[in-house]
Design a protein around this ligand. Structure first.
Ligand code: ADP
Ligand code: MG
Length: 245
């Protein structure tokens, strides 16, 4: 796979809820290719299907129609075990409400997915030290979530999501509960990840987050209604084609 191939691909992706009168098309025929290393922002009004799309991309929910491909492998047809393994190893999730394990320290929260992926405690510790350092929380390793600010908790959650070096990082309104200073911290972190080549899909209402992305898609009623590329895979638009021409 070369760097311009899609690491994530959907075809006619759909997800309905309920039936009859109460049938809801949460996601309705979405075709989306996310390039390796791309930072994609997803925007749209509440209830338009953003979270559902993200869940489908990461195997948290199963589609009712269409296909999802991750790194060239079709994932919507995987069995439960394979899907659980994929969620654990190949995708990282970040939620608006952090979803840390409250009884575990910051370091233990980050370590857990590494251990669950079957790696040694020593590897898990090394990886955790490195990640907490990366998110600027090396000095908070022993703190419990309630002893941390919202911004710090979200940075722990991001470290946890990165623990198994996921192919894609999926974030659902990651700054939705944060003040401006904490939002900027998280944004700087995402920019660093993007520079390092991490593929990111971020659902957001925040213009600052969207402005950082390479590409912005807008949703309405379960469908993609706009797709704007601000940069060409991190390169200014025209740069790559300019060299070719
Ligand atoms: P967004 O994240 O953009 O706010 P969602 O993906 O959460 O939108 O929801 C899209 C639509 O699907 C909404 O109409 C919502 O009410 C509906 N929906 C989402 N999850 C469920 C569910 N588990 N059961 C029934 N309807 C759902
Ligand atoms: Mg949502």
């Amino acid at each position: 796979m070369n760097q311009f191939d899609a690491v994530l691909r959907t075809r006619d992706l759909s997800r309905t809820h309920g039936r009859g009168e109460s049938l809801v098309h949460a996601v309705d025929g979405v075709d989306l290719d996310v390039r390796t290393g791309q930072m994609l922002a997803v925007m749209g009004p509440s209830g338009c299907g953003k979270s559902t799309l993200l869940h489908l991309l990461g195997g948290l929910e199963r589609p009712t129609g269409g296909e999802v491909w991750l790194a060239g492998r079709r994932i919507d047809t995987l069995g439960e075990r394979a899907l659980a393994q994929l969620r654990r190893r190949s995708v990282g999730f970040v939620f608006q409400a952090f979803h840390l394990v409250e009884e575990l320290s910051a370091a233990e929260n980050v370590e857990l997915p590494v251990l669950l992926a079957g790696r040694s405690p020593r590897t898990a510790r090394r990886r955790t030290d490195q990640l907490l350092e990366q998110v600027g929380l090396a000095d908070r390793a022993r703190h419990l979530p309630w002893q941390l600010s919202g911004g710090q908790r979200q940075r722990v959650a991001i470290a946890r999501a990165l623990a198994n070096e996921p192919l894609v990082l999926l974030a659902d309104e990651p700054t939705g509960n944060l003040d401006t200073a904490a939002t900027l911290d998280v944004l700087r972190l995402f920019e660093g990840l993007r520079t390092a080549g991490q593929t990111l899909v971020i659902v957001t209402h925040d213009e600052r987050v969207a402005a950082t992305a390479d590409r912005l898609v807008s949703m309405r009623d379960g469908q993609l209604v706009d797709d704007t590329w601000m940069t060409d895979h991190g390169q200014p638009v025209g740069g790559i084609h300019g060299w070719e021409g």
